[in-house]
Design a protein around this ligand. Structure first.
Ligand SMILES: NC(=O)c1ccc[n+]([C@@H]2O[C@H](COP(=O)([O-])OP(=O)(O)OC[C@H]3O[C@@H](n4cnc5c(N)ncnc54)[C@H](OP(=O)(O)O)[C@@H]3O)[C@@H](O)[C@H]2O)c1
Length: 283
């Protein structure tokens, strides 16, 4: 029962750290009935991780999909993100409670700061984020779009473990510095836009490697990431692609194939450069 607070009451014994399932459904741009249907279908197919955000304006429909799937609450890992306009201490708790009420959940598995906001001191935002975790509103907390410098700063300030940095990551973007920083601090990297917003489809190297395994370029791109213990949250609005994107655990890329794919990456491969208040100085 999703609305049964007892399942996830703050007094429940909780593991210090919850593993983040390696594959999840991204929901940016999924709206209304399509969103609810895709979330339901994904969970029925075996997805155990759903990624949403206050800014996506679909938390209500994500919640509907969760309930329609029939899965037990504890079986599905739900991430949402707090928008930077709510990073002041007085706003953050309200924003998280609003997300919970739209999702109709009593607790979120992972609460992320969506984008850095240089207009509000990080110390203030992290103190508020740690407090909502201690209140039991989020089981885990983390960040998104944080550079190496921001990760180092955040880790020093946070009084609770930051378990994740969600960043743009796919074969065309070199994120080695951010990934190394996350590993130093035991943070899971969650890759957004993991199939380069569909752009991997036309890549000859990925298609060629895929052919050898009976897989598509998109599957090779996702496998390349999960094989490095990077979680992926591909988004699709098509039911048949839900299954395609999930079928990445029955083959393995060789060391030579991993190297060939790594050679596609560059610092200029970034697709998402939105910034709430000035772009971060990307690594
Ligand atoms: N933290 C952040 O700031 C941030 C930023 C961006 C995204 N995200 C999260 O990450 C998720 C994924 O990123 P994304 O939506 O930017 O990009 P993505 O998942 O890399 O790509 C989505 C696009 O690829 C297409 N697609 C899906 N599966 C495919 C397949 N097997 N073969 C070919 N094309 C395929 C989809 O079209 P169809 O719908 O037609 O299948 C869609 O146009 C988002 O939905 C969101 O949850 C987070």
């Amino acid at each position: 029962m999703y609305e049964d607070a007892a399942l996830f009451s703050p007094s429940d014994p909780m593991p210090a750290r919850t593993p983040i399932p390696l594959i999840g459904l991204g929901t940016w741009d999924l709206r209304g009935r399509t969103c609810a249907r895709m979330v339901e279908a994904a969970i029925r197919l075996g997805y155990r991780h759903i990624d949403t955000a206050e800014m996506y304006d679909n938390e209500r429909e994500v919640g509907e999909g969760l309930r329609a799937s029939g899965a037990k609450r504890e079986e599905v890992f739900v991430t949402t993100k707090i928008w930077p306009s709510h990073f002041a201490a007085r706003d953050l708790e309200r924003a998280v409670k609003d997300s919970l009420s739209r999702l109709r959940l009593s607790q979120i598995d992972l609460l992320l700061l969506h984008w850095p906001n240089p207009q509000i001191p990080l110390s203030e935002t992290l103190a508020a984020l740690c407090e909502v975790k201690r209140m039991g509103l989020g089981r885990n907390i983390g960040v998104s779009n944080f550079t190496v410098a921001l990760i180092e700063h955040a880790v020093k300030l946070a009084q609770e473990p930051l378990v994740c940095n969600q960043i743009e990551m796919h074969p065309f973007l070199d994120q080695s510095k951010a990934v190394a920083a996350c590993r130093r601090h035991d943070m899971t990297v969650v890759a957004y836009s993991p199939i380069a917003r569909g752009g991997v489809k036309g890549n000859a190297v990925l298609a060629h490697i895929g052919k050898a395994h009976g897989k598509t370029a998109a599957q090779v791109s996702l496998r390349y990431l999960v094989q490095q213990d990077i979680a992926v949250i591909p988004r699709t609005s098509r039911a048949e692609r839900l299954a395609e994107n999930l079928a990445i655990f029955d083959f393995e890329l060789s060391a030579a194939e991993m190297k060939e794919i790594a050679a596609l990456a560059s610092r200029s491969g970034r697709l998402v450069d939105f910034a709430y208040s000035g772009s971060p100085q990307w690594d």
